[in-house]
Design a protein around this ligand. Structure first.
Ligand SMILES: Cc1cc2nc3c(=O)[nH]c(=O)nc-3n(C[C@H](O)[C@H](O)[C@H](O)COP(=O)(O)O)c2cc1C
Length: 388
């Protein structure tokens, strides 16, 4: 169970703000799949520019999206009202405005409070809102530019907190010079939780070589730097969680490349209190949620956990600086009965320890440096590592 202020969220997966939370029927799908909380699609008083989702999508890697359809405040509040009336979900609004638009933050907070949401998620994370001139100050930008500036985060959280009595979640990326300062600013200003999304945050699609000069993205005439969500963010998400977990006491929700029970367990063991998913559900459907719930329940039963908070932060004391990593000597071991002789483990360019003999891989212990690469190349799990 995850607590955000007075709210209790009983199910592991929160649906992240985005295409999955833009209309009621999808929110109903989320509830049926076993979610207890959703973050509605980003809403503005003045939508900065019209849009429609376009993407370069590589399942298992990234959904690179430079543009999406955002809601205006009437649409966002109507969706919130429908969600409250037609579902039992805990509903968070996802609010966007520029850093200098104090009145907009207040209007959004007021209007969503009146629409009955359970909480507010302040969007300090969107990487594709920066259309203002290069001369603008950081607080005049929206989204990710706010999240790089602890003072701006502090000011907006305080403003919203003074406006409404709802739990506030601050959503940002780890791209500030020090993400811990951003987390502390949100905590000090009274946020109930933070939501961190791992890097990389923005990128460009490849060029389609059959159409020289044309970016490989359907149904657009040109592109901008696009948000790069999905699996490629996962390891940065773990890092951001761990850094924040050592710096703040309020719950950390994490998204960015998380897609199954293993990712959930890793995120929580690095210090997250809750987890939010978007790309994996977009690729593989709502079964991602039901499977994660079931697999996590099995894992917890196996290990005697009744609440995922029981294992929160368990990995943190393993995190140190590189000079304090203890390197234990050892070599890879090949299970010759399992080995199918495919030779993939002989491919690594940096390694001359493994050869094929009689159609089976064989390791020369004296040459093996114990790097860990061949283990993940083996398609049948025949390679393990033994300490000497
Ligand atoms: C197409 C698309 C649109 C998104 N729109 C929003 C948004 O409106 N507000 C927001 O806070 N995050 C938005 N996100 C970010 C997601 O909420 C989530 O934090 C991010 O995708 C990382 O999780 P994932 O790797 O599971 O996708 C969007 C993501 C995608 C892919």
């Amino acid at each position: 169970m995850l607590r955000i202020g007075p709210l209790q969220i009983h199910q592991p997966v929160i649906v992240a703000s985005g295409p999955l939370t833009r209309k009621l029927t999808l929110l109903q799908d989320a509830q049926r799949a076993g979610c207890d909380a959703v973050m509605l699609k980003l809403t503005f008083v003045d939508v900065p520019f019209p849009g429609q989702m376009r993407s370069f999508s590589v399942p298992g890697q990234t959904i690179l999206s430079p543009i999406d359809k955002r809601l205006n405040v009437d649409q966002g509040c109507e969706l919130a009202r429908q969600a409250r009336a037609e579902t039992t979900l805990k509903v968070f609004a996802n609010l966007g405005a520029r850093g200098d638009q104090d009145a907009h933050w207040q209007i959004l907070a007021d209007r969503f409070a009146a629409a009955g949401v359970h909480g507010l998620e302040l969007n300090f994370c969107c990487p594709n809102l920066d259309t203002t001139s290069l001369a603008a100050t950081k607080t005049e930008h929206g989204g990710a530019q706010i999240g790089e500036n602890p003072d701006a985060c502090y000011k907006i959280v305080q403003l919203v907190k003074q406006t409404v009595d709802l739990p506030i979640v601050c959503k940002f990326l780890p791209n500030a010079p020090d993400v811990r300062a951003v987390g502390r600013a949100c905590q000090d200003a009274g946020a109930a939780a933070v939501h961190v999304v791992g890097l990389p945050t923005a990128g460009l699609p490849p060029i389609d070589p059959t159409r020289p000069g044309i970016p490989d993205m359907p149904l657009v005439d040109n592109v901008a730097f696009g948000a790069t969500n999905g699996s490629i963010c996962k390891y940065s998400t773990f890092m951001a969680i761990a850094r924040l977990a050592r710096a703040i006491d309020i719950p950390i929700i994490a998204s960015g490349g998380l897609e199954n029970w293993r990712d959930f367990v890793s995120a929580v063991m690095w210090g997250a209190s809750g987890v939010s998913l978007c790309s994996s559900i977009m690729w593989y459907g709502w079964r991602v949620v039901s499977e994660l719930n079931q697999d996590l329940a099995d894992y917890m039963a196996q290990h005697g956990y009744t609440n995922w908070q029981d294992f929160r932060g368990l990995a943190l004391d393993k995190l140190t600086s590189p000079d304090k990593i203890v390197v234990r000597p050892g070599v890879c071991c090949i299970d010759r009965d399992r080995c199918i002789g495919c030779g993939r483990c002989t491919l690594p360019g940096h390694c001359d320890a493994i050869t094929l003999q009689d159609s089976k891989a064989r390791v020369d212990d004296a040459l093996c440096i114990g790097c860990g690469v061949c283990q993940r190349l083996c398609p049948v799990g025949a390679i393990t590592y033994d300490a000497m």
